[in-house]
Design a protein. Sequence first.
Length: 302
Amino acid sequence: MKYLKLYEQFRLILEKLDHKDKKLFLLCGPSATGKTYLAGQIGIEHWMKSTDFKGNCLITTDNEDGEQEKITELLEAKGCPKLAEISKSDIKDIGGVFLIAYVGDGVDKKWFDQWKNEADEEEKNILNPLFEILTKENTFCPQTITQQDSRVLKLALISYLWGPGTILFDDVRPTITKFYDDITEYIIYTPITTYLSDNLVKRTSGEPDMNVKGKIEMFFEWFQLSETVDTSFPDDKKYTLDEIEESMETLKTKITIEDFITISKINDKMKEDGFYFKSGGIQGDKDKSKVFNSRSGEKLSL
């Protein structure tokens, strides 16, 4: 049994993707905390703006208009004509070409079978290492185990085919770390009053049906309330419930102060005296990466 466990550990190490000539960074944490904004501050643009698919770029899980067509261009440029041809097919029913090797959730395997039967050996040599790791198992968050998002496979496919450069991943969970070793991670934090009065308000203007309560619940997966200040955390401000209620005024049809009280699990002492924030929650308790305050006025240093 001991040797079997050692073999399994060795096998998992081998299954990580090669990232020679690429520097990998992950901006992680709750949705709408300013991850894309921070990338723009240091001049790193979305990968879809590239024409040669190399250099510095941002890859996000968000679905962008024209994304499937751009992935097709990437495949053609990187010597994968058969997968590019399949990418032009009507595969929206499975969510994207990056899912064709995915096993589970009723994904139609006919596209992958077509690729295996028709792709030449050169293309198979390029893509087989990737397809071996684009598995359902690797779509589950490594920290919470149960949370799943298959869009991480898109991050893996694009970054795998990308040329030399610096790649920033933008995701609400660190699942991409299942695909690569040596990713430098930052957990992105925004002060709660700014998050409620600005970040989420801007997001709802473009997504009027957005689940605001769900965003707050995700915030508390990474950050928790504290009766005392944590000097290692990049926000030493003491907050009050009155401030919180005032900051959610624009969102009052979508969330109430009662919702905040329930989600945050605030105690009576903090209701009376105020509270600070610290790392914590089902993500924050396990992820010990550096926390960066997106509203600190500082720029990320990569």
